[in-house]
Design a protein around this ligand. Structure first.
Ligand SMILES: Cc1cc2nc3c(=O)[nH]c(=O)nc-3n(C[C@H](O)[C@H](O)[C@H](O)COP(=O)(O)O)c2cc1C
Length: 157
């Protein structure tokens, strides 16, 4: 029966694959945003993200945020709009935004930590491929900022 039109027995068909929007960005924390503020932000975001089907990872250190977000497109777009209006950070540079049917890369809280050197590499690659003048300037400011200290992962989700 699975040979009939409309049915597929394709072994590659992945039941965990769903329509996901991914948003990856980096930004600089506003003055006065300290470790306590970031902890509050992480606690709030984790709760909110679970309710919205959003997963991902947030890295913070030396005044720089890096965040990977994935989830249902409508929810992710609402969050992107919120992030752009959030005064706790600025110089938001989009590193990737895309919609695909796939499995989540960060499905659980026990996801792989992001190493500081990986982050620096990502930003340096983005610097090479970015043509937008505003993003270039922001990326240079962020990379300059990274030189002043090491990064640590503080939260997931
Ligand atoms: C660096 C950074 C990362 C954030 N990450 C998230 C997040 O993952 N999820 C979330 O709901 N809000 C996050 N926020 C907070 C949002 O900008 C915003 O305050 C929140 O989505 C407002 O939600 P509400 O309008 O439903 O109250 C983040 C803020 C900053 C500065």
């Amino acid at each position: 029966m699975f040979d009939e039109p409309g049915f597929s027995d394709d072994a590659d068909l992945d039941p965990a694959a769903i329509m996901l929007e991914t948003f990856v960005y980096c930004s600089r924390a506003a003055d006065g945003v300290d470790a306590d503020e970031v902890s509050r932000l992480v606690a709030f975001s984790q709760k909110r993200n679970v309710a919205r089907g959003i997963t991902g990872v947030l890295v913070f250190g030396s005044g720089v945020f890096f965040q990977w977000i994935e989830g249902p497109p409508a929810e992710v777009r609402t969050l992107i709009a919120n992030l752009h209006g959030d005064i706790r950070h600025h110089d938001i540079v989009t590193l990737d935004q895309s919609v695909e049917v796939r499995e989540r890369l960060y499905p659980h809280w026990d996801m792989e930590p992001v190493e500081p050197d990986d982050l620096r590499e990502v930003l340096e690659e983005a610097l090479e491929s970015t043509e937008d003048e505003g993003s270039l300037a922001a990326l240079k400011r962020i990379l300059g900022h990274l030189e002043s200290g090491s990064l640590s992962e503080v939260g997931r989700g």
